[in-house]
Write a protein that binds this ligand. Sequence first.
Ligand code: C2G
Length: 763
Amino acid sequence: MKISVVIPYVNGPHFLEDCLESLKDQTWKDFEVLLIQDKPSKYLTEKENVNVVEEPTNIVDNYKKFFPICVYHTTNTSGVSAARNIGIEKAVGEYVYFLDSDDYLFHNTLEKLVKAVDEGQASVAYGTIVDTWFKRIVFFDSYDDDVEQVNTASEEATMNATEGDDEEDYHKKVITEQKPSEAVIDLIGKKRGLVAISALNLLIKRELLIKNEIVFDEQVLFYADMSFVARTLQLAKNAVSVADARYVKRKHNDPIHYPAITQIKTEDKFSNMLHAYENTVNAVGDHDVIAYLLAFKLINYYTNYHATKIRRSEQSYWQGERFSSMQELITKIPTEITANLSGYKNKLVKRLIKGDLSATKRVVNIHLGSKKVRKIKSNPRAFACYLYFHLFTKMKMKDNWVLFESFFGKSYSDSPKYIYEYLNQAYPNEYKCIWVINDKKTKIPYGAIKVKRFSIRYAYYFARCKYDVLNVRQPNWIRKRKGNVFLETWHGTPLKRLVFDQEEVCGASPLHKQQFYRQSRDWDYLISDNGFSTETFKRAFLFHNEIVECGYPRNDVLYAPDKEARIIKLKDQLGIPKDKKTILYAPTWRDDEYYGKGEYKFALKLDLHELKRQLGDEYVLLLRTHYYIADSIDTTGIEDFAFNVSKYNDISELYLISDLLITDYSSVFFDYANLRRPILFYTYDLEKYRDMLRGFYLDIEEDMPGPLLFTEEEVIAAIKDIANIEKKYQDKYDEFYERFCHVDDGDASKRIVERVFRNKQGV
Ligand code: C2G
């Protein structure tokens, strides 16, 4: 047996599957797996939502046919160190390799490491660590090998860790000819794995560990790799670097259910750091280059993290005891290092060594203060935010002020619009209303005050309004004030899995789940359109406040008594011919196709000229991209057939003027079905969208009120045959309507206004 792969496991079966799948795919087959089931630490069991008890028996069984896999359990002790130590003890391979159950490997990682140790006669080989938020299949789908090659090409090939004359010389060079910081980084070759002092992606000769009794320190949960890696590298005859042996370190975007060790917040990290540091320094000795690396780690820990805490905390253990513990350690660091620091780090370390706590606080205050001023100067948004905290939230809140925002201020639309209009009709002049709208030219009735999102006036009104009505999340920096009422209308019955039901969030902020959780705690009311949404929101948002199942205010217009008159008016306004039928094409966005945050790509998979040729006599086409889409559709030369209505504020009104809807996985069809008009689903990328990106709540092949179409020809044929399709889908449509549309009746705005603003139940 060449390699023993040691995997500690606490929770996260979906992570583990990716991990084992990547082992199954290895080109190097000679390995065994030791999976060590660990008990959850107190940090996990204390938290209410963390998923802790999960024996992965089924998953393990599935992989037994591909490689030998043994499961062990931590018994008296627990923690990742204890688990890995069991692995070292039970391993029989010539080499040991640590892999975390939430990470995975490239298909050739083990092979590259094995070749490198064999060729270099080395006792350790270490590769590169690549970070990602994505699950395996998504990560590899978008992984650009060429970019990685460029990044790693300059890295050093070999590092001799300790023994021998060469190393002696190198040490001298380190100390005398260059600044130690640069020298150490140079020596380490900027290997993330080693700078972070991580035991991951190291292939280690088992004999080296056994002979020298190198184990993980079980007294600490955090920073336990430090002494292990330092000792291993110190004693390794030869350590070879293999830049293209890649290990994928997967960050967790659901720290609520599955926090990674680094995401656990606890005061114990400080004592763990000090303990691990002292232990390591004692083990490797002062003169080793690794000790330098450690010294920098400690200095960085102090200056980047700990010192800031000293300033903020009033508690004596932060200010006094911890300050002196840190002082004691940093004073022992060789002066070659401490004397060569510059700027802020230098000032802090000097004052620490002197033991001057108040001077330290002054340095931190000035540093952070000037950082903030620089930020405010360069970013008007930060200034608005600053005023929000320090001025506006200190002002009195206004009981009859209401702030409305729809799709990040991009439009006057959706449920906030209809709630606003009802509020003004039913209670004229009682409320002062503010609309967040980025385009000032947008017409808004009833004389609302218009403010641009993230402007100073936005911060002012957000702080002073008692009521905030939004259809997406509030900005992350908004803090709910006492007496504030947040009404979250949301923006659709979900088809695509949401937040905590979603395994991965690609493209969007990787902190999505954590932030979503915190923001949604502030919502007093959440609107739901049907029983299905109510249940989904409770589960997917972990939502425990009031859900008002009143139907969607935005759908009121679909039941308006003056519907026909509105249709004529709107067609005139948009210049849409009245003698032709209208098709609305409203697709959604794709998680993996984006330019940047909130800016997504869209490639139209329809040939508009062909559509016009085949359907132009009878139909016109309205094209409506999702509000996240930054690409715009070109309709040059066919302006009399294809109308780009992406910029039109309110899609509900567009539903009214269209005779047929084409969509994909967008929630628009739940609303459109209120009209009982035909719906086609152009799902050309169904497999990828469903299986890779999102996953759906409905069985899309069974439950949809219309056919799934995969090519342009099928779309054209379906439109030509629409009468038959309507007949064929009648029963499904009725069922669908009953399930998702039965609450909507034109009075949703009234119901929610009476509930939230007048505190009446059951209107
Ligand atoms: N929308 C639009 N134009 C489109 C697509 C969507 O104006 N081409 C609007 C509709 O009001 C729709 C809403 O944006 O209901 C949400 O769009 P979705 O495509 O469903 O996507 P998303 O923003 O991810 O909404 O629970 C709701 C969804 O799951 C999340």
